[in-house]
Design a protein around this ligand. Structure first.
Ligand code: PMP
Ligand code: GLN
Length: 393
């Protein structure tokens, strides 16, 4: 393994899901739903396979049906904010958001460029910045136990930008903290990007999973449309994480750049699923609000269960993750507040798998006592997990 990748080892999600299988534990670690997405969307995939649509190399930017559906989705949900995209020149289909992140970073970074990213961050960010020869500059979201939220310090963000900063890499709604950046925060970020002439990659895969407040695409802020690469994915919105269908929306020059990298990563993305996701995107508004309401109820069940079991809960405004502080469990049970040790021992102790937030930090000390639980599971599974955790105390 080369020097650039050696520090990353195996992703925590693979490690923890393997541990869940080995110990027969309830897996609230890796974020994937325990129920597949809509039946009619699965049928659409079967039809595409059977009818021979997409069984041979689809077009590089993605099949026209899906690009058109992505553009229509942006218009439906964000058109009132002045955001719309041309399906032919401003949409690119990728192999999940993961490939979109990789291709965008590979396309836009020169070796040595700095990327300012909010910490904790989704683990592929650090690895992809490294593969692209960039340098990551983390700005830490501060945990505020009193309010049970995380806060972005805009002064810290401003101070992190140097003459070597090429781009900002954002994620809202934010994995793992559940933070949804506010209009004020996004305005300030946009003003900074304009002032310092930065590009922004914004990972908005949880755009429809917002329980309080609203999701505002960064690209809709003044001066941002043409400097922002927006990423989303069918994995989260339609509960098909295994299909690996994602997409990028951006101005034509940026799409062309990202596509230049994508063509040598996967060339194209798998065909039949693209037709099915095109149908999924056109589902009525009820589908989207139903998904959100279902997950809000699940959030409330797990948050209450974790609090009852003695965790301090950071109540997520979005995503399907809850971050907790394990220190209130006491020194013995929390392994002295060490989230790694806690998560490694938890399957044997309680039959539950969770993720230590420290893996998402460069400043490990900032993330040590925090542990993330996924709530995209049935209510019964969440209640069972909460009961097992409570039995520990
Ligand atoms: N970004 C974030 C913030 C995520 O949580 C995930 C999913 N785990 C991804 C990107 C990757 O999405 P995909 O599965 O579509 O590659
Ligand atoms: N995004 C999911 C999570 O944060 C899982 C992604 C993965 O396994 N790479 O849990």
């Amino acid at each position: 393994l080369n020097r650039c990748l050696a520090e990353f080892g195996t992703t925590i999600f693979a490690e923890m899901s393997a541990l869940a299988v080995r110990t027969g534990s309830l897996n609230l670690g890796q974020g994937f739903p325990d129920a597949d997405g809509p039946e009619e969307v699965r049928e659409a995939a079967v039809r595409a396979l059977r009818d021979g649509r997409g069984n041979q190399y689809p077009p590089g930017p993605g099949v026209p049906e899906l690009r058109t559906a992505v553009a229509a989705h942006q218009e439906r949900f964000y058109g009132h904010l002045g955001l719309s995209y041309d399906p032919d020149t401003e949409v690119l289909v990728t192999a999940g958001a993961t490939e979109a992140i990789a291709a965008a970073l590979l396309a836009l970074l020169e070796p040595g460029d700095e990327v300012v990213a909010l910490e904790p961050y989704y683990d592929s960010y650090a690895a992809c910045i490294a593969m692209a020869g960039g340098r990551r500059v983390p700005v830490t979201l501060r945990a505020e136990p009193e309010s049970g939220t995380y806060r972005l310090d805009l002064d810290e963000l401003r101070d992190a930008v140097t003459d070597d900063t090429r781009l900002l890499l954002l994620n809202t709604p934010h994995n793992p903290t559940g933070t949804v950046l506010t209009r004020e925060e996004l305005s300030a970020i946009a003003a900074l990007a304009v002032e310092r002439d930065l590009l922004v990659i914004t990972d908005e895969v949880y755009e429809h999973l917002v329980f309080e407040g609203e999701h505002l695409p960064l690209a809709s802020f003044p001066g941002m449309r043409d400097r922002t690469v927006t990423i989303s994915s069918a994995g989260k919105t339609f509960s098909f994480t295994g299909w690996k269908v994602g997409w990028v929306t951006a101005a034509p020059e940026l799409i062309t750049a990202v596509r230049s990298a994508k063509q040598f990563l996967t060339y194209v993305s798998a065909g039949p699923f693209q037709y099915a996701v095109a149908e999924a995107l056109a589902l009525p508004d009820d589908y989207y609000t139903g998904l959100r309401d279902d997950l809000r109820a699940k959030r409330d069940v797990l948050a209450a269960g974790l609090a009852d079991a003695g965790f301090r809960v950071f109540r997520p405004a979005g995503t399907y993750f809850i971050t907790t502080d394990i220190r209130p469990l006491g020194a013995e049970l929390s392994q002295d507040g060490d989230g790694f040790a806690f998560c490694r021992a938890l399957p044997e102790r309680a039959g539950v798998v969770a993720i230590p937030n420290a893996v998402f930090y460069d400043h490990k000390d900032q993330g040590t006592p925090f542990v993330r639980f996924a709530f995209c599971k049935s209510i019964e599974v969440l209640q069972e997990a909460a009961g097992r955790l409570k039995a520990l105390t």
